[in-house]
Design a protein around this ligand. Structure first.
Ligand code: G3I
Length: 376
């Protein structure tokens, strides 16, 4: 009898242990990945305004970091010189705070979505170097000051290195010179010494571009500039870049002693309308059936390949958790992704982790399982 009781006790203990492990298994992305890195998403204005409650439910359940997809960019925050518009950015930050999420500020200085007045004087001529530096300083410092202590990190400069590793000849570079980057970082740091400061760019897996960014960041560090991390956007396609290329870029940049982050991940399954892949925002091609092959749903084969691709990348991110501080996907669900309208307007793409019916794709479960399994 005694030995029977003993056996029953052992059996009960095993069952309890089993159920404990089951209870500890995370069921959401943010819980599963919490020992790896922050998992973020980009929010648009309608979502924050409560017009897309199903998307917001997903955000609250699965993500612990958020970035504004558009409303904190220069042309929205300062549409006219000296006239700042804060409402949408304030609402975004209040949403994040109410839900205990890390806030990423995007982006202080970028060539795209900069207001037109920024680069011209009152006569419509090109603004002087001194005046542009002053305008940049005013913008950076006014914005950083307003959200001091509330933003975890800023994308200070966005996309200033081209795919071949050279400097983009944007008005910032043409009028001020490449030193505008160091100035922008210093202006931000002067106002908020505690906030993290990032450089953010796309196609960083390209060796020439990766090395151009590496050299620029190295110069900043050598000049004593505070830079906490480099963001690799991660607007991927099915065939570019490979996991290995991305891993190499992450590791090379991290070897400078900064953190690295994947800041705008999405994966398009649609054919690319030119020979060369890029995430250059100014690209715009004509729509045709050939380039919009899945208007009514993905084929099973493409869906599986896409899911595998997501899982492969996340597996690599998890392996590199010591250098990666955050992985952010660029949007919540396929319906609202910018990819439906770029580089061709009006296509149907499937680039995110949640589908048009707000359902998690199988990659979500697989990433969660992978993270749980690696913890054991
Ligand atoms: O707000 C106007 C609206 O009033 C108007 O009716 C509508 C008509 O097209 O346009 C709206 O503006 C759009 C804006 O997004 C807000 O939705 C612009 O046309 C559109 O060009 C703009 O696109 C954004 C793009 O940056 C602009 O450069 C995308 O949503 C946004 O996802 C994208 O994000 C960038 C990152 O900031 C930096 N890295 C690359 C990434 C993708 O391009």
């Amino acid at each position: 009898m005694k030995s029977l009781q003993k056996l029953a006790t052992i059996a009960l203990a095993i069952i309890l242990m089993g159920s404990c492990t089951a209870q500890e298994e995370a069921t959401t992305l943010k819980d599963a990945l919490k020992d790896y890195f922050y998992i973020g998403t980009a929010l648009n204005v309608p979502q924050v305004a409560g017009q897309d409650p199903q998307a917001i439910e997903i955000v609250k359940t699965h993500f612990n970091s958020v970035v504004a997809e558009n409303c904190m960019k220069m042309m929205y925050l300062q549409p006219e010189e000296g006239v700042f518009f804060w409402d949408e950015a304030d609402a975004f930050i209040e949403f994040a705070e109410a839900n205990d999420m890390q806030v990423i500020g995007h982006t202080l200085v970028w060539h795209s979505q900069a207001p037109r007045w920024m680069f011209v004087d009152e006569n419509g001529d090109q603004v002087s170097r001194e005046r542009l530096i002053e305008r940049m300083k005013t913008h950076v410092q006014t914005v950083v000051e307003r959200y001091k202590g509330r933003v975890h990190g800023w994308d200070v400069v966005n996309e200033t290195i081209l795919d071949d590793g050279s400097w983009r000849q944007s008005p910032w570079v043409r009028i001020i010179g490449p030193e505008f980057v160091q100035m922008a970082f210093e202006f931000a740091h002067e106002i908020d010494p505690d906030v993290e400061l990032y450089y953010n760019d796309y196609s960083v897996s390209r060796p020439e571009k990766r090395d151009g960014i590496y050299n620029m960041v190295k110069d900043l560090i050598d000049n004593g500039v505070k830079i906490d991390a480099v963001g690799l956007q991660g607007h991927l396609s099915m065939d570019f870049p490979t996991v290995e290329m991305k891993e190499e870029a992450l590791q090379k940049l991290a070897s400078l002693g900064v953190k690295v982050m994947v800041t705008e991940m999405d994966i398009t399954v649609l054919p690319w309308p030119s020979r060369r892949h890029s995430a250059e925002v100014s690209l715009n091609y004509e729509i045709s059936d050939e380039y919009n092959p899945y208007p009514n749903g993905l084929s099973e084969e493409s869906y599986t390949a896409l899911m595998d691709k997501y899982v492969d990348f996340f597996e690599m991110f998890m392996r590199n958790k010591d250098i990666i501080s955050r992985v952010t996907v660029w949007g919540v669900d396929d319906n609202q992704s910018w990819r439906n309208n770029w580089p061709i307007r009006g296509r149907t793409d499937y680039p995110l982790l949640f589908d048009r019916d707000y359902q998690p794709k199988s990659a979500v479960t697989r990433i969660i399982e992978l993270a749980n399994a690696k913890k054991q």
